[in-house]
Write a protein that binds this ligand. Structure first.
Ligand SMILES: Nc1nc2c(ncn2[C@@H]2O[C@H](COP(=O)(O)OP(=O)(O)O)[C@@H](O)[C@H]2O)c(=O)[nH]1
Ligand SMILES: [Mg+2]
Ligand SMILES: [Zn+2]
Length: 300
């Protein structure tokens, strides 16, 4: 029997669509599959799952096995995600660093690699782009300056997506779909202004699916983190999700210092001398308070 390995790229009305590893790069074909009975009862198959498939004919197959998941995002539901690409426009919509740090926090809580794309760089002076990039770089993140509509950053983004499963995240209108189209013009994803988006979308159900890249790997066409609540984090652990805090926290005077009102806090000292950016610290204290409020509500 011909058993193939592949990745579930979509799941619709009881069928899974599997892209097998030996699929020629240009083909958009996938096998329409049903799981064998014993597989079905064992676990729900989700997009991103690696599976073993027996081919029945040209177009269909049977899923024999689901391989263990490396991880699983809940919103959108997707397995085996390697990285999140956080897309922020420098203008239109205006760059919102608070929102960006919220996206970063979510990526950290899910233990995902992060790439930040600063998009629409054509709409700002280079000086402005550099200053924005510094916010992320100082926090320990890779930043790519892009112009989706002018193919700026195309080759580098392509290389960073190759061979991995990536999810894009970022505010509506930042250029997520445009960037994916830049990487792979064949995707033909819909792009548009925010006002155009409000008009449509209401009646279109959006299913999570993965698009295969020519260089190998996949990207999800649904925006990552469709819910921006901070979940699965306790206030006392928040600092561990701020990369640039990590190496310093053990120098605080008090064990269990949460870097808010304690004296002799190494994090606050680092903010004062400019080692940690004050915006990042400010956002930390916002999130901290939000988590404390959440915890209060839960226990009273
Ligand atoms: N000026 C400029 N416009 C862009 C750029 N990237 C995307 N856009 C435009 O921004 C709008 C929103 O893009 P879209 O990809 O739909 O954003 P999404 O909501 O994040 O998927 C579209 O009208 C795009 O043409 C860019 O680099 N520069
Ligand atoms: Mg889009
Ligand atoms: Zn401290």
């Amino acid at each position: 029997m011909n058993v193939l390995q592949g990745v579930v790229i979509a799941s619709l009305s009881g069928f899974c669509y599997v892209r097998t590893d030996d699929e020629v790069a240009d083909a958009v074909e996938s096998l329409e599959c049903k799981p064998r009975g014993k597989v079905k009862s064992a676990d729900r198959i989700i997009v991103g799952d690696r599976v073993a498939v027996t081919r029945i004919d040209e177009k269909t197959g049977i899923i024999e096995k689901i391989y263990p998941r490396k991880n699983q995002l809940l919103r959108p539901v997707i397995a085996n995600v390697d990285q999140v690409v956080i897309v922020m426009a420098i203008k239109n919509p205006d760059l919102n660093l608070y929102l960006a740090d919220r996206f970063l926090l979510q990526a950290e809580t899910q233990h995902l690699d992060v790439l930040v794309c600063l998009n629409k760089c054509d709409l700002a002076a280079p000086k402005e782009v550099k200053a924005a990039a510094r916010h992320f770089e100082a926090a320990g993140y890779r930043v790519l300056a892009t112009e989706a509509v002018h193919n700026v950053g195309q080759r580098r983004l392509r290389a960073l997506l190759a061979g991995r499963i990536s999810v894009v995240a970022g505010p509506s209108g930042a250029g997520k779909s445009a960037l994916l189209n830049m990487v792979e013009p064949g995707f033909g994803l819909r792009t548009g202004s925010i006002s155009e988006k409000i008009g449509r979308g209401k009646h279109t159900t959006r299913h999570t699916s993965l698009h295969a890249l020519k260089a190998g790997g996949f990207v999800a066409d649904t925006p990552g983190f469709t819910q921006l609540d901070i979940v699965g984090v306790s206030a006392v652990d928040l600092a561990s999700y701020f990369r640039e805090f990590a190496g310093m926290a053990d120098q605080c005077r008090f064990r269990g210092c949460v870097h808010v009102s304690e004296p002799n806090c190494a994090i606050k000292a680092a903010v004062a001398d400019g080692t940690i950016r004050s915006e990042r610290y400010e956002h930390y204290t916002h999130f901290y308070q939000e988590l404390i409020d959440q915890e209060k509500r839960r226990f009273h």
